[in-house]
Design a binder for this molecule. Sequence first.
Ligand code: SF4
Length: 387
Amino acid sequence: MDLLNTLVDKGLRREPPTRDEALAVLATSDDDLLDVVAAAGKVRRHWFGRRVKLNYLVNLKSGLCPEDCSYCSQRLGSKADILKYTWLKPEEAAAAAGAGVAGGAKRVCLVASGRGPTDRDVDRVSKTIAAIKEQNEDVEVCACLGLLSDGQAERLREAGADAYNHNLNTSEATYGDITTTHTYADRVETVRQAQAAGLSACSGLIAGMGESDEDLVDVVFALRELDPDSVPVNFLIPFEGTPLAKEWNLTPQRCLRILAMARFVCPDVEVRLAGGREVHLRSLQPLALHLANSIFLGDYLTSEGQAGKADLEMIADAGFEVEGADERTLPEHRADLAAGGHGPCGDANGEGVCGGSPGSVPPAERARTDLVAVRRRGTGTELPPNA
Ligand code: SF4
């Protein structure tokens, strides 16, 4: 297929596809799916080999958020029966992080619900970062605390944070349909603040919220322009008790096309397979490893992922290997940029949705509510974590 040859050539040169080419990837047929995966897989292997970086989420503060992000089980007015608890103590968070590191995680993502941290919250998180690094000197720590105020990114950087995550989530044009309590511009500004402070930026999206192909292409191109070092691609988990509970828009094939498009647009960036992979990719998860070079290990913020052991087996069975602490994640040219103080990393949101052209199957028949399990283990419970 000429389109795919062109996209591979561009990806190897770090040249972006045109919007029409990105849209064409999303419009490919199921007959062409393996060709699309193979083509994007060439780009993935060129920049990242067969390495898979493991990231581990620690939900520092769960639920009770005053913001109204429609996709989120922790939102204002959410009826989802999730765990709710206030800030973990630094030693509790360090114990949870240690379990993830023992399972092979190279990065720990410290996430707290809320609009953004107070200065006291930044103090707490700083102590938590110190406790984690005392036990695991080499682990990367990414903070995801919402919208940042002046000076907070610098304080987190000084406390030892390596990265900051804040997702754009969806296109600028549809952002107001998803959230009313803050704006797309607020999110962009926080990512820029993190980058300016020398934190590695992580910023991604949630697919499956009812957005169009154009919206998906818009948000991925906006991310390319923002230039984070990592781009988490979440697939909406339609939690009962949230406004998007009925948005079962995704198929495994569509998820793969979305990941392939993200890889072609952001060829040398860490594309992370994030929330919703078990629910929406299901038995096709191993194919996604040919597109993404990074995944979350174990559970998500408020829902349970597949067993950490199953993640590790999947990686090995598919012929990939877990990236070691002594291996560089980003290609040399990007690692240099990151060290020079550019770019934060996106939002590990609370298990969003994914949208697009769902095909002819109505959402009610596509719903796999049986695969959505509210988290009942790990932080905030008496049970051991999944790592
Ligand atoms: S995504 Fe973050 S800011 Fe939005 S409702 Fe959920 S916890 Fe709050």
